[in-house]
Ligand binder design. Structure first.
Ligand code: ADP
Ligand code: MG
Length: 280
């Protein structure tokens, strides 16, 4: 269906991103609920505008149940931009873990399975997300919790080979070792593997309840963090976790990017292939 921007009624603010605001909106004729990301024209910040155009380009070209669905893009004469998305009623995984506590292994297998399907889709379409983290994964209540990848502000479509020097984007804490030091960790820079590292850290954070490279309550300090990522051992699970989960995370958190498993390989790992959604 074609949804006109004038038929949308703003209900509440869902969140502020850099440069824009996301609203919960209602379509007046159908009463259907959506999320609308609005970026104002007076954002003269060139970086923000570039991020919005990247996001628009990627959302226009993706169609997967594991990627937040885009229903329309509006560009007003004033220059304001609106991106109409499906509404994800449970919000981000980051707020979900704060509200409901840490995730069980079964729940994480379910999350991992869906995010891997999303990443597999993106990587097959030559798209690298580059900012996988709990606050960019959205959840929706359904028969079982649905998880989808969102926020393509810093993603990239691979048209040429990637120059690692020009790809210093994303949230630093979730960045993989080879993005700091491409020569040391897999020379032949493979941008796709960076998303897998970030997924591994994300799952570990949802299990632990805190960011794996920091102790609970420790304030992030950029230099310490970078040293830990590049020179320390990859973070791992506590004793009581299952061997399957431990092994799965080891496959994601290989410091050497070429040894890290791909999304397609990880989808057949026993930790996720047992998830009931697997056979769909
Ligand atoms: P930014 O690029 O600035 O991080 P996001 O696209 O991540 O912006 O959105 C900002 C916030 O708005 C998110 O953290 C989330 O709380 C909320 N949000 C974004 N998209 C949706 C959606 N489709 N459904 C529900 N909430 C959303
Ligand atoms: Mg975000």
């Amino acid at each position: 269906i074609n949804i006109s921007c004038n038929d949308l009624e703003k209900l509440q603010v869902l969140g502020h991103g850099n440069g824009g605001t996301v609203y919960k909106v209602r379509h007046k004729r159908t009463s259907e609920i959506y999320a609308l990301k609005v970026v104002h024209a007076d954002t003269d910040d060139a970086i923000v505008r570039r991020q919005v155009f990247r996001e628009m380009e990627i959302l226009r070209h993706t169609d997967s149940p594991y990627i937040v669905h885009c229903h329309g893009i509006y560009e007003k004469p004033s220059g304001d931009i609106g991106i109409l998305m499906e509404y994800m009623d449970l919000g981000t995984l980051d707020t979900l873990v704060q509200k409901e506590g840490t995730f069980s292994e079964a729940k994480l297998a379910h999350v991992a399975h869906q995010v891997l399907n999303g990443l597999n889709y993106l990587h097959n379409h030559k798209i690298i997300h580059r900012d996988i983290k709990p606050s960019n994964l959205l959840a929706k209540n359904g028969n079982e919790m649905e998880v989808k990848i969102a926020d393509f502000g810093v993603s990239i479509i691979m048209r040429r080979t990637l120059d690692p020097c020009k790809s210093y984007v994303g949230t630093c804490a979730y960045m993989s070792p080879e993005r700091f030091d491409p020569d040391a960790y897999g020379g032949n820079y493979n941008g796709y593997a960076a998303d897998i590292w970030s997924l591994g850290l994300t799952l570990l954070e949802l299990y632990l309840g805190y960011f794996p490279f920091l102790t609970p309550g420790q304030r992030p300090d950029w230099a310490t963090l970078m040293c830990a990522i590049c020179f320390g051992d990859p973070p791992s699970l506590p004793e009581n976790a299952s061997d399957e989960f431990r092994n799965f995370l080891e496959c994601c958190l290989q410091k050497e990017s070429t040894k890290r498993w791909t999304a397609a390989q990880l989808l057949s790992h026993p930790f996720v292939s047992k998830d009931p959604r697997s056979d769909r």
